[in-house]
Design a protein around this ligand. Structure first.
Ligand code: SF4
Ligand code: SF4
Length: 82
């Protein structure tokens, strides 16, 4: 299963607006996804099941600011983050 990753440079909540569509629709709110400060969403990589609902409901255009990465993509993303 993949993991959800938030692009903080495109996510409305991280840009200062109120948005919680991914949080509200996640089957595991407060577990797989939670708020760091205000509505700034953070994914718990241990608890996220990669279901894809958050990516589907994300309101950013032209595509979602939260995306499901494959395990391989996710490892690469973590390496690049460091
Ligand atoms: S992929 Fe599913 S479980 Fe993971 S944060 Fe998104 S909605 Fe929640
Ligand atoms: S739905 Fe998209 S824009 Fe809204 S908080 Fe989640 S990731 Fe950010």
């Amino acid at each position: 299963m993949g993991k959800a990753v938030v692009d903080r440079e495109r996510c409305y909540a991280w840009l200062g607006d109120v948005c919680r569509a991914c949080y509200t629709n996640c089957p595991l709110p407060e577990k797989a996804i939670y708020f760091e400060v205000y509505t700034q969403v953070v994914v718990d990589e241990e608890k996220c099941v990669g279901c894809g609902v958050c990516e589907y409901v994300c309101v950013t255009e032209p595509d979602a600011a939260i995306k499901i990465l494959t395990p391989k993509q996710f490892e690469e993303w973590k390496r690049n983050k460091k």
